[in-house]
Design a protein around this ligand. Structure first.
Ligand SMILES: Nc1ncnc2c1ncn2[C@@H]1O[C@H](COP(=O)(O)OP(=O)(O)OP(=O)(O)O)[C@@H](O)[C@H]1O
Ligand SMILES: [Mg+2]
Length: 237
């Protein structure tokens, strides 16, 4: 089996300079490997470091120890902990998608432009990008009356569905999902699940955090528990 990502002894400690030399441990001693095409669910209680692990892989946080070996299309085997900012920008643009637990501050462009621009960054022409953007917004049941609106005023669930559309429309090689169903009703959760299954069929590997464990167990292949560091089989789709 092809290994896509190997996290080894990952550590992120925050130095809180405003409070003397106080340090906060975000995560520590995290080791697991993700195979190509696989979906791992990360579990652990609130504050255990789940989001910190995903942010370290996306390099929103720079880890303070360990390594994250990733098989990049552009750079070959690369340690994300050591990668340059330029390399990370290229990897985020073309290879790794991320849906944040807390909604992104949305730029002053319309919903459809948010999604179409993600595709144009990948090299799609504007006509195809807009068509694909419409398809995925329809899939996530974002009312078409909102497509030409600024997302700033969207409800929490509408923003989340737009974030999901923006990340998933790229068919990234690796997708990081931080509570992607948190404020969604059952119908919206179902469209997230359908899209996860579709991306998985197309070969996207994923790491996800879900507070809805029942939902998680229907989509992941394995679960990694942050507290005890154990990987165990999840129910496979
Ligand atoms: N930017 C930061 N600065 C300081 N401390 C941080 C920062 N980000 C996270 N932490 C701390 O790191 C620990 C892990 O946080 P993290 O957000 O990863 O937890 P989590 O498992 O995702 O929790 P939740 O389930 O509530 O989302 C917490 O104690 C948190 O306060
Ligand atoms: Mg979190």
């Amino acid at each position: 089996m092809n290994e896509l990502l190997r996290v080894e002894n990952l550590e992120k400690t925050f130095n809180m300079h405003h409070f003397g030399e106080k340090q906060i441990v975000g995560c520590n001693g995290i080791s697991f490997a993700l195979n190509a095409g696989e979906f791992i669910g990360i579990t652990g209680k609130s504050g255990a470091g789940k989001s910190t692990v995903l942010k370290s892989i996306y390099r929103t946080y720079t880890p303070t120890g360990g390594s994250i070996l990733y098989q990049s299309d552009q750079f070959g085997t690369i340690d994300i902990v050591q990668a340059s900012e330029r390399q990370m920008i290229a990897i985020r643009k073309h290879e790794i998608g991320y849906v944040s637990q807390f909604l992104n501050v949305m730029p002053r462009i319309t919903a459809i432009e948010v999604v179409a621009e993600a595709l144009m960054e990948m090299g799609k022409n504007e006509y195809d990008a807009i068509n694909q953007a419409k398809n995925i917004l329809a899939h996530f049941k974002l009312p078409d009356s909102l497509w030409d609106s600024y997302p700033r005023t969207f409800s929490g669930g509408e923003k989340l569905r737009l974030n999901l559309a923006q990340a998933m429309v790229k068919r990234p090689k690796l997708l990081l999902l931080d509570e992607p169903t948190a404020s969604l009703d059952d119908a919206s959760k179902e469209s997230v699940k359908e899209m996860i299954i579709q991306l998985k069929d197309e070969g996207t590997s994923m790491i996800g955090i879900f507070h809805d464990i029942d939902f998680m167990e229907t989509v992941v292949d394995r679960q990694y528990n942050l507290l005890n560091g154990l990987l165990r089989d999840g129910l496979s789709i």
